[in-house]
Design a protein around this ligand. Sequence first.
Ligand SMILES: NC(=O)c1ccc[n+]([C@@H]2O[C@H](COP(=O)([O-])OP(=O)(O)OC[C@H]3O[C@@H](n4cnc5c(N)ncnc54)[C@H](O)[C@@H]3O)[C@@H](O)[C@H]2O)c1
Ligand SMILES: O=C(O)C(=O)C[C@]1(C(=O)O)C=C[C@@H](O)C=C1
Length: 313
Amino acid sequence: MIQPLVPRLAIIGAGLIGSSLARAAREKHLAGTLVVADADPAVCERVRQLGFADVVTQDAGEAAEGSDIVVVAVPVGASGKVAEVVGPRLKPGAILSDVGSVKGFVVEAMAPHVPAHAHLIPAHPVAGTEFSGPDAGFATLFENRWCIVTPPEGADPQAVARIVGLWRAAGANVETMSAQHHDLVLAITSHVPHLIAYNIVGTAAHLEETLTSEVIKFSAGGFRDFTRIASSDPTMWRDVFLTNRDAVLEMLGRFTEDLTALQRAIRYGDGDVLFEHFARTRAIRRSIIEQGQETAAPDFGRRAAEKPKHEDS
Ligand SMILES: NC(=O)c1ccc[n+]([C@@H]2O[C@H](COP(=O)([O-])OP(=O)(O)OC[C@H]3O[C@@H](n4cnc5c(N)ncnc54)[C@H](O)[C@@H]3O)[C@@H](O)[C@H]2O)c1
Ligand SMILES: O=C(O)C(=O)C[C@]1(C(=O)O)C=C[C@@H](O)C=C1
């Protein structure tokens, strides 16, 4: 019989990302035993109904016990608390990993709880949707998407290779970099864009009542796309901004300067500045599409939107 990639895989947190990894592991037979833990009893009950785990428990420590790899998939702000529970239960050689959108903070919060006989190898699958919870996950979420692995200095190469292997087997392309570099890159590619979306939708909501209802009525294009992003989970994004503060503030500073330059071009009727800027950004969009990074995830999201978790409850 062929040995599974991971004899016992534990996933702590069964929301969008945890349940997607569990589904991918189940479909691709990556785990001998797949254990899922979640602090919320209603989520545990739903995971049992959905049937993508062998063992479901509310106790993260119990899930970690005897596991070869433990993947923490909770909001970044809760990762330290989970590591505190899981750390003492890790067996010799076990790997503690995560999926958090911020990496520097996660290492600081989790590392003190990892015993010398185990390994901490953080990772971040750069794939998601605006939906949360166990119903929102799907097995193909990571297909052909990047997963960034951020091994701490001196990390065991074999442990790194096992986490890289897990994400490749789940369908992702893997790149490794330092946690600090990750946080700077993601600040501009993911965190600031979310802040802009939250802000513009908030601005529209603050307009006078008649104008706001017209915004909703006529939002077919650009604004509608922003509302998708701005409907993302408030807990997750609060934690991202609180834990990646320096990198976000650095990128926000640059963003504000560039915005002021565009504002100036509009004020003084400088069409050349506007045209050149828009031509450059169009080229960036085209190169993203050429690299195959344009994702089908929003469509999955829309399909899921027909029956979002929030309307079930
Ligand atoms: N949503 C995305 O697009 C996306 C993409 C990549 C990475 N991430 C990262 O993945 C992580 C999870 O995000 P998500 O979208 O799956 O969130 P989610 O809200 O869908 O799920 C999080 C789950 O964690 C559980 N949880 C919270 N605290 C816990 C604790 N102390 N112990 C056990 N379970 C706990 C919750 O009950 C919930 O079921 C976050 O760190 C986020 O930054 C999210
Ligand atoms: O597609 C979306 O809805 C997402 O927001 C996914 C997205 C992103 O910004 O690209 C969000 C946060 C993650 O850490 C990784 C991916």
